[in-house]
Design a binder for this molecule. Structure first.
Ligand SMILES: [Zn+2]
Ligand SMILES: [Zn+2]
Length: 398
């Protein structure tokens, strides 16, 4: 990986002070360790998660116990939750990461701004980390895998749960944008959203709830609406998304026998409007809807199909008609049942197509690919996920 590649992928951070010099030093290609950028992420996540969301939520609970709260505070909570879920679940995840559909420039911008209002950090880091999660899925290189930490070290027990949940935010590693944020890091609108991310977090958690409380309830509702409709709302949503990495890689049932160990988990599906049907998602990351059975309601998937009906989305990726056997996990064990993958990995888990230029998991390359052809994603040959990718690439090129 050349110096040039580093420079390309980190243009926005470099503009802020050349923060990406330390992307060397990890045995995992595409993984940066330590240095100013890792330190900046420590601070960013501490401010957004632990201070604005965490401390704000503790104060929200105290406020609920000591003050009268009602529809003003909770209507902000619900409205805001719908907005940030739309931005992250439909936008960051299914559109920017996995390219499940095409949409207009205005919708891209709307997704990005709504997503930034979830206060989960930069859209570019979010997408890069998530593409890397799919590219490696449970082997060294996965930023929030259930069995390996961000440095590729094996883990188990509660540590594995915590690191895949939120602990990975502070593991001193980060994703190389040159590889994992193609088409994202070099987009001017997304660069703008990245640079203004603290501003959107403040709008979402403070200014909008304050205005909501003031105009709908009066001055005495301002603080309660900020705490409940701002901080607590973002805190619960962030944890819902994190549950997709922790709970939905450990607990639940599986339709498909794919390598990441992802499960369908109803609790995280509830909090993230369908993203918690995570086994179905990992089996075929580009598919717009995770719904396999009638009761696995996927609101984010339905949103995309509604957008399609309105002409706001097109080229929506659909799951081939299948008959999946559905058994709870304990029954799968009882009957030594392994459901057959209904969608071949080769269709979706394309990370390195023939020719060598890396794309990201799910073919999530957006906009124009400005990478040079000599850029190569170099990965250890012994890596089983890479073997899968190479097979994928070979199949693709046929
Ligand atoms: Zn996952
Ligand atoms: Zn995904």
């Amino acid at each position: 990986m050349g110096q040039n590649q580093q420079a390309n992928g980190t243009a926005v951070y470099r503009a802020g002070g050349n923060m990406d010099r330390a992307a060397q030093g990890s045995p995992l290609v595409g993984v940066g360790v330590g240095g100013p950028r890792a330190r900046a992420l420590h601070i960013e996540y501490a401010v957004l998660f632990y201070l604005m969301q965490g401390l704000g939520s503790i104060l929200a609970i105290w406020w609920m116990l000591t003050h009268q709260t009602g529809w003003v505070e909770w209507s902000m909570f619900i409205t805001g939750y719908l907005v940030i879920n739309f931005g992250v679940g439909v936008g960051y995840h299914r559109y920017f990461t996995h390219h499940s559909f095409e949409t207009t420039r205005w919708m891209q911008t709307l997704f990005a701004i709504c997503g930034q209002m979830a206060a989960m950090g930069s859209i570019i880091n979010w997408v890069a980390d998530h593409r890397r999660h799919h590219a490696f899925g449970n082997v060294p290189g996965d930023p929030y895998g259930p069995t390996v930490d961000g440095h590729g070290r094996p883990m188990s027990g509660f540590k594995s749960f915590w690191m895949s949940h939120l602990g990975w935010l502070h593991d001193n590693t980060y994703s190389d944008w040159a590889i994992y944020a193609k088409g994202i890091a070099d987009d001017p609108v997304l660069q703008f959203c990245h640079r203004t991310r603290y501003g959107w977090a403040i709008v979402s958690m403070i200014l909008a709830p304050a205005a909501w409380g003031y105009f709908l309830g009066g001055p005495e509702h301002v603080i309660g609406t900020i705490l409940i409709g701002g901080s607590l709302r973002c805190f619960i949503f962030s944890n819902g998304v994190a549950f997709n990495n922790s709970l939905a890689h450990k607990f639940g049932y599986r339709h498909f026998d794919e390598d990441s160990g992802a499960t369908n988990n109803w609790f995280s599906a509830l909090l993230t409007f369908g993203d918690g049907w995570h086994n179905a998602h990992h089996a075929a990351p580009r598919i717009a809807s995770n719904q396999v059975t009638w009761w696995e309601i996927d609101i984010n998937g339905s949103t995309i199909h509604a957008m399609e009906a309105l002409g706001l989305a097109w080229k929506v990726q659909r799951r081939p008609k299948v008959t999946a056997k559905v058994l709870p996990r304990h029954m799968q064990k009882m009957f030594i049942f392994k459901s057959v993958p209904i969608v071949a990995d080769s269709e979706y888990l394309v990370v390195r197509p023939a020719g060598g230029t890396p794309t990201s998991a799910g073919g999530g390359m957006l906009f124009a690919d400005k990478s040079s052809p000599e850029e190569q994603l170099m990965v250890p040959a012994a890596n089983s996920a890479v073997d899968t990718m190479e097979k994928s690439a070979a199949l693709r090129s046929q």
